[in-house]
Ligand binder design. Structure first.
Ligand code: XMP
Length: 180
């Protein structure tokens, strides 16, 4: 597979994002909420570099992709989010593609009464957003290809690769069920 982002580039950028986030929240308590399963590696690397009073939550969302460009209905699973009332929340995901996953999750978190909700994604696919959602933090803009590694999967495999690679059979991958 072609490597799109090396492990070294990813690690360097995650370090920059951590510095930016720590500066912005300036010692205020933060709850980072990761979207299962793709955000796990990003989350683990990021939180270990954040010197802030921190809580971690997780939530699950899944959509059925029946066609290359048409994500299906989003289902939000039972979430594992500690009480966020009176706290800042940073929603974390691996990739912003159409935006149809993150937009409803932001609304869901806002309903829980936090002080604020911001969004951080490691990757943003250029020209794919159908929902207006500007991430507050993002690592890299990438071309419209199906990518795996660093938490991202194809049929639940490849998540453990420390780098990001382009899957050769891109069409088949996007047509598959999104397993997160
Ligand atoms: P939306 O379209 O809702 O999609 O922004 C976000 C979710 O779709 C999955 N996704 C991918 N997963 N390689 C993957 O392994 C990709 O290239 C890719 N593009 C989108 C991912 O689960 C993300 O959270």
């Amino acid at each position: 597979m072609d490597v799109l982002l090396s492990a070294e580039r990813i690690q360097a950028r995650v370090g920059e994002l951590a510095r930016q986030i720590a500066e912005d929240y300036h010692g205020q308590p933060l709850t980072i909420v990761g979207v299962l399963t793709g955000s796990l590696i990003f989350l683990a690397d990021l939180v270990r570099r954040l010197d802030l009073p921190l809580r971690i939550g997780l939530l699950q969302a899944s959509s059925y992709r029946g066609a290359v460009t048409a994500p299906g209905e989003l289902r939000v699973g039972p979430d594992l989010v500690p009480d966020v009332r009176g706290r800042h929340v940073l929603l974390l995901d691996d990739i912003l593609d159409t935006g149809q996953t993150l937009a409803p999750l932001v609304r869901h978190l806002r309903d829980l009464g936090p002080l604020s909700v911001r969004v951080a994604v490691l990757l943003r696919k250029v020209g794919r957003q159908t929902v207006v959602l500007e991430p507050d933090y993002f690592g890299f803009d990438i071309p419209n290809a199906f990518v795996v590694g660093y938490g991202l999967d194809y049929n639940d495999e490849y998540r453990n690769l420390p780098y990001l690679a382009v899957l050769p059979t891109a069409g088949a991958a996007e047509a598959a069920r999104d397993t997160r």
